[in-house]
Design a binder for this molecule. Sequence first.
Ligand SMILES: NC(=O)N[C@@H](CC(=O)O)C(=O)O
Ligand SMILES: [Zn+2]
Ligand SMILES: [Zn+2]
Length: 345
Amino acid sequence: MQDLVIRRPDDWHLHLRDGGMLRGVIADTSRHFARAIIMPNLVPPVVTTADAAAYRERILAAVPAEDRFEPLMTLYLTEGTDPNDVEAGFRRGLVKAVKLYPAGATTNSHSGVRDIEKAMPVLERMAAIGTPLCVHGEVTTADVDIFDREAVFIETVLDPLRRRLPELRITMEHVTTKDGIDYIKASKANLAGSITTHHLIINRNAILVGGIKPHYYCLPVAKRETHRLALRAAATSGDTRFFLGTDSAPHVDPLKECACGCAGIYTSINTMSCLAHVFEEEGALDRLEAFASLNGPAWYGLPVNEETITLRKSEEPVRYPAKVETEVGPVTVFDPMYPLYWAVV
Ligand SMILES: NC(=O)N[C@@H](CC(=O)O)C(=O)O
Ligand SMILES: [Zn+2]
Ligand SMILES: [Zn+2]
């Protein structure tokens, strides 16, 4: 038996959905995490400060009474977003970031941005007042191969945007490539990246070898092994620009196990077990706290959590359910394909 005590972690990229799904998954996050950046890609999306305030109340109502959990709200950027509304929400402390989904890039992104020119007034205001922009960094044009979409986004969208608005604070979310890692490392200021649990564990073989495995399909899609290794090196390096964003994205099984299965991997329930395993493999258990509990708050200008959690390594594998049952149906839990021995006690 071995214990590791770290400050209570936060999740800097999380999908909670709404209604029965929200009620079914929230406890898997609030049990371990103090706060999470909540993704706004509901149907319809969370666009205004009023939408975010109402969604926040629905989340708080679903948190189990024994947990203390703070949802950190984001707004879904559209070409019609009002800069004054963003500023009002941000100054109130309700809106922590604005999320850019290139239209069509991922689940529920059809209301996203087609022409970034149209979003410039909002982005300029955010740069002036310090509101972070979270980006799903993939281009969506049919001529770009799905495995190249992140690298092409950096070159054709992100870098030009950063040159134009160097004061804008940007989180590159769910970085999946060495290109993304290198780009963040080369930056001087105002750029950070979140890394998911699953992208530290799987490469694209998990999706395709031995049959098609819909529960390993997410966006950005897992890439080849060299990229996974670059993500692991960055996450375990202690570099303050990298932090945990699980991108835990629940979908009921029938929507994944079908001819056109949707993107998203559900990891909230076993993320801390998976991360302890990965950090131990990398000889970096002493840096898990930086990745999961320190670097994110520093980037978002929030205090670190005062409470701690204890991770314990046992002789026996940890038991967690293969599926989480919700009011709207079963959600398959991420399977790292090896037993896990660390658990939050
Ligand atoms: N990551 C995913 O594969 N899916 C996310 C959307 C996203 O984060 O891109 C979802 O909302 O299901
Ligand atoms: Zn995304
Ligand atoms: Zn996501």
